[in-house]
Design a protein around this ligand. Sequence first.
Ligand code: TXA
Ligand code: MG
Length: 299
Amino acid sequence: MRVDADEAARILRAGGIVAVPTETVYGLAAVASDPVAVRRVFAAKGRPVDHPLIVHLASAADLGDWAATVPPAAAALAAAFWPGPLTLVLPRQAGVPDEVTGGLDTVGLRVPAHPLTRALIAATGGLAAPSANRFGRVSPTEAAHVSAELGPALPVLDGGPCAVGVESTIVDLAGPAPALLRPGGVPVEAIEAVLGAPLGVGVRRAPGGLPSHYAPRTALLLSSDVEADAAAARARGLRVAVLPAPSDPAQHARGLYAALRALDAEGVDLLVAGVAAEAGLGRAVNDRLRRAAHGSGRP
Ligand code: TXA
Ligand code: MG
C-alpha cells in the first residue's frame, strides 16, 4: 500500500513499520528508540532477532545521540561520505535498544541520501531499517519489489528506483583499526583515501555476513566466461538466462537486483552471471553475486 510522507510519519510515530526509499535499497523502517516497533520489523522480514539493524540518522550532528564515542576516523568518513551509502559501526550509547544492536555493544549508523527519507527521519528521529526483503532474499530497489516481497498491505513510501542499487559499505570503527565488514555503495578505495591507510578485513556479522544471502530462487553460476558457460549448460539441455559481465560496475550495481528479480521470474534452469573487475563498485557487485550463487538452488 502506497503512503505519502505525512502518513508514513504518522504510522512510524504510532509504533508501526513503513518501507522507505534510500539511495541504496528500500529499507523496512521503525523508530529506532521504540523496541516494540523494532520487533515488528524482524517479524515482517522473518529475520532472526540477534541480527543487528542499521540506524538511519538525519545528519552527522546526531551521531553523538547513538554512538558513545566518535573517533576522528568516524568524523572524517562522515564528513566525506554522508549523506550517502556508508555505514559506520561504533560503540553504542547505553540507551540504544538491544533489539536494534542484536545485543552487541556497537551500533551501525548512516545518513541516507534520499531526500524523502531524510525529511522523514527529521520528523520521527532515527529509524532502524534493514533492507525491505524477506530474510535471505534479493533486496528491493523499487517500491513494487517491496510489495512483491512483503505483501500489498505493507505501507510503502515510494521514492522511485534506488540510485545506487546495492547496500551501503560497512566499516567497523569500534575495533583496534578500521575494518571493512561489507563492500557496498562507497568504493573501498575512496574510504582508504580519506583514512590514509588500507582497511582491515573485519569479521562480518550475520546476516549480510552469511554466505547464502541475496538469493534468487533460480540456480546461479558466477562466471568469468559467460558465453562458454552458458553454451555448456545449454548443451546439457538446461534453459539458461545470461547476465553479462559489467563494463560500468556502478551502472551494473544500479540494475543488479532488478535484473536478478526479472531473470528469476523467467523460470529458466540456470542464471549465468559475469564477474566484475574487483575494484570500485565491482567489489560490491561480486560480493552480492557470490552470496546469491551460494544461496541459490542447483540446476
Ligand atoms: O544500504 C543499506 O545498508 C540498507 C539500507 C536500507 O540502509 N540496509 C541494509 O540493512 O542493508 P541490512 O539489515 O539488510 O544489512 C545490514 C548489515 C547486516 O549485515 C548487519 O549484520 C550489519 O549491517 N550490522 C548492523 N549493525 C551492526 C553492528 N553493530 N556490528 C556489525 N554489523 C552490523
Ligand atoms: Mg539485507
